[in-house]
Design a protein around this ligand. Structure first.
Ligand code: SF4
Length: 348
């Protein structure tokens, strides 16, 4: 394919566009903007040519979210929007389990993951054989599985949940079942047991997976920040430890955290999660002040503008996400169940 080259004028206007989107407020200097513009211009031109879309998870780099992503959101929003897209190709700005979810919901489309190593510690903590063994140990208990899992694990599950809807879906499951299995995030499982008033190991059975980003936040720092920034509202992701969650003003998924910031007035906000969300919040809410206690996800940050351009220009067979048809069909059933239970469109 002939290489697309922007003219000097097109490059300048792309640089100005990126600047107007707020990248300078995140530390992008003129040279960074020019480098990014040369890539985003080509990516956006190729997207049109190839009828491709780029969903961007909120933990992705800001130049991806602001410069080339067609829709931005948490796992739930991205899964929903991927199910509705008319595009021919999906280039996933996120990690492997998200790209697999897009493929499960769109088996006829090409789904490309720009960085083959973009995995997830939670997803890698459990296999389908582990799920089958848990089911055998707890017969009759439905398996509610966090979306951060492989296609095979989803296929072995009864319903998928995200941090935005886990509590609601588990409540509905407990209305009919004395025991529920929640996998694989141990810390989120403990938080859910606490908020639902369920005992661990007898009512809520959990697994020992953790997110290597959220399990490291130090609860002792919270008091320090409250003292240093009077009136600060502290928001933590549900994958953080129960001892930290007990000290914050809001706990939930990334979508809920953004909504909380939008709907409240506070002198400062602190988002205890991956750094990408705080960067996005600073751009979306330029009049609000943010204090940072964040960590980078090494998997999420493997995707960058050059790798997105590469898969659009010359995808390798290994960039394409493939899910065997029988696995995809079962996993799709569990995802469909999530959409129905989260949106109250189905009885249990
Ligand atoms: S932030 Fe945690 S849960 Fe999300 S992709 Fe990274 S390791 Fe996985």
């Amino acid at each position: 394919m002939k290489k697309l080259e922007p003219t000097a004028r097109q490059l300048k206007s792309e640089r100005d566009r990126l600047s107007s989107l707020g990248l300078p407020s995140l530390g992008f200097c003129d040279r960074d903007l020019r480098t990014a513009a040369a890539l985003t211009w080509r990516i956006n031109a190729l997207k049109k040519l190839k009828r491709a879309v780029i969903p961007g998870h909120v933990y992705q780099r800001p130049e991806i979210l602001l410069g080339v992503a067609d829709f931005v959101g948490d796992s739930y929003k991205l899964a929903k929007l991927c199910a509705q897209t008319q595009a021919k190709t999906i280039v996933f700005g996120g990690v492997r389990f998200m790209a697999e979810t897009a493929k499960i919901l769109n088996p006829e489309k090409t789904v490309l993951l720009p960085a083959s190593g973009a995995g997830c510690s939670l997803s890698e903590s459990i296999t389908a054989a582990d799920v089958r063994a848990l089911k055998a140990r707890h017969p009759g208990a439905p398996v509610a599985t966090y979306i951060n899992t492989s296609a095979e694990v989803k296929a072995a599950s009864d319903v998928i949940v995200t941090s935005a809807n886990a509590e609601k879906i588990l409540k509905r499951l407990f209305a009919k079942h004395p025991q529920v299995i929640f996998i694989p995030d141990e810390l989120m499982g403990k938080n859910l047991a606490q908020s639902l008033g369920k005992s661990l190991e007898t009512e809520l059975i959990i697994w020992r997976g953790t997110c290597i980003v959220h399990d490291k936040f130090d609860p002792f720092a919270i008091a320090l920040y409250r003292k240093r920034y009077p009136g600060v509202k502290i928001l933590a992701h549900a994958e953080c430890s129960p001892s930290l969650v007990a000290l914050v003003d809001f706990v939930g998924g990334t979508g809920g955290m953004m909504e909380y910031v939008e709907k409240t007035e506070a002198p400062y906000y602190m988002l205890v999660t991956e750094c990408g969300l705080g960067e996005l919040a600073r751009v979306r809410f330029p009049d609000k002040k943010f204090v940072f206690m964040c960590r980078l996800c090494p998997y999420m940050k493997l995707v960058d503008l050059p790798s997105i351009l590469r898969v659009l220009e010359k995808p390798e067979p290994s960039d394409a996400i493939e899910v065997p048809a029988d696995v995809a069909a079962k996993a799709k059933g569990a995802l469909q169940r999530m959409f129905e239970l989260a949106e109250d469109t189905a009885p249990l």
